[in-house]
Write a protein that binds this ligand. Structure first.
Ligand SMILES: NC(=O)c1ccc[n+]([C@@H]2O[C@H](COP(=O)([O-])OP(=O)(O)OC[C@H]3O[C@@H](n4cnc5c(N)ncnc54)[C@H](OP(=O)(O)O)[C@@H]3O)[C@@H](O)[C@H]2O)c1
Length: 326
């Protein structure tokens, strides 16, 4: 309970006090014809991002577990764009993740901008389809598999001369800073927890994600040239329904507090900046907390941790890869 109250208090403080170091993205900035994919785009931050990218001229694929087809209609209406599609994916089920990848591969799709936004805060420990803790599965492992497949299938292609680098933007959280280190001896092991420890495992899953984002950026851009621009961010507090699983007694407390948080449209600013502004298209490895550029935590940026995370997750990526067609 103390952890929950502490993090709400911090979120309310952040809302006022995080000074911007990057300029707001002009409403006129355009991404005409760019092919974008946003996970968890049926609601909250992801939906606001999908609307903004479509309004700026992007072709947006909303990769969602639910909200079909009405969320797509809502994004089309709000953006006044008909270049919006929906594709079903359950990120807590690696078969479904691979099905999405197969669809993109078979369509010979190519992405210019991928926003890996989907997230959740379960009230207590739950297993993904493959038996992993669900936040480890959705915040980290599914993204690891998606990027691995997209690079392998040519859905994301490193820049070539005359072609801008594609951008990959991970929606993480400042909660990664308060996490304990990743236990590589028990990598991916299921941990049982109740409401008291939910935030602890939320932070741990976002530490996996931030460590992965840093390592991916390093591996894809080994020299000064940016081939794939990989960025991460914390949007700060968002007036979304992320606390929808909060147990009954907490709900009356959380619902009015969440309403004090910035709207998803406002919280989408750093995402739109990383997706559309010129500077994040020419460099890789940015991390924004709202509109302030920061360095992720020492644990997330330690190259030894990055390598260990890469190698340990590679085993899982291979274990759950679908059989290769003959
Ligand atoms: N809200 C905050 O204060 C806050 C602060 C920092 C960071 N963030 C991060 O911001 C991101 C967006 O969160 P939000 O606040 O917009 O929450 P939200 O309104 O609850 O949206 C979360 C989205 O993720 C999707 N999702 C969850 N599990 C999924 C699964 N297994 N497969 C596919 N999609 C799944 C949800 O789909 P369904 O609708 O089908 O469940 C929903 O579209 C998350 O990564 C979150 O960790 C949020």
């Amino acid at each position: 309970m103390r952890r929950i109250v502490g993090s709400i208090a911090k979120a309310l403080r952040d809302k006022e006090s995080v000074e911007a170091t990057v300029p707001p993205l002009s409403p006129e900035a355009r991404i005409d014809g760019k092919r974008c994919l946003v996970t968890g785009a049926n609601t909250g931050l992801g939906k606001a991002v999908a609307i903004d990218l479509a309004r700026r001229g992007g072709h947006v694929l909303m990769a969602c577990r639910g909200g079909h087809p009405e969320a797509g209609e809502a994004v089309r209406d709000a953006s006044r764009s008909d270049r919006v599609e929906m594709q079903r994916v359950d990120l807590a089920d690696l078969r479904s993740v691979h099905d999405l990848c197969d669809t993109l591969r078979d369509r010979r799709a190519r992405l210019d901008i991928a926003v890996l936004n989907a997230g959740l805060m379960p009230a207590r420990a739950r297993r993904s389809h493959e038996g992993f803790e669900v936040m480890f599965a959705v915040h980290f492992l599914a993204n690891r598999v998606l990027i691995d497949r997209w690079l392998g299938d040519g859905v994301i292609r490193p820049a070539t001369p005359g072609r801008a680098p594609p951008r990959v933007v991970f929606v993480a959280s400042e909660a990664h800073r308060s996490s304990e280190p990743i236990d590589f001896e028990r990598f991916g092991a299921f941990h049982d927890y109740g409401i008291r420890d939910g935030l602890r495992y939320y932070g741990l899953s976002k530490l996996h994600l931030c460590t992965y984002a840093t390592e991916l950026s390093r591996r894809l851009n080994p020299d000064a040239e940016t081939r794939v621009a990989v960025h991460a961010l914390c949007p700060g507090p968002v007036a979304s329904d992320i606390a929808r699983e909060a147990p009954g007694p907490l709900k009356p407390l959380l619902t009015p507090i969440m309403k004090l948080f910035p709207s998803p449209e406002r919280a989408a600013q750093p995402v739109s900046y990383l997706c559309c502004a010129p500077e994040p298209g020419t460099r890789s490895g940015m991390y924004l907390h709202i509109m302030r550029e920061k360095r992720p935590s020492d644990l997330a940026t330690d190259p030894a941790n990055g390598t260990r995370l890469w190698d340990a997750s590679e085993v899982l990526v291979r274990r759950y890869a679908p059989p290769r067609p003959d």
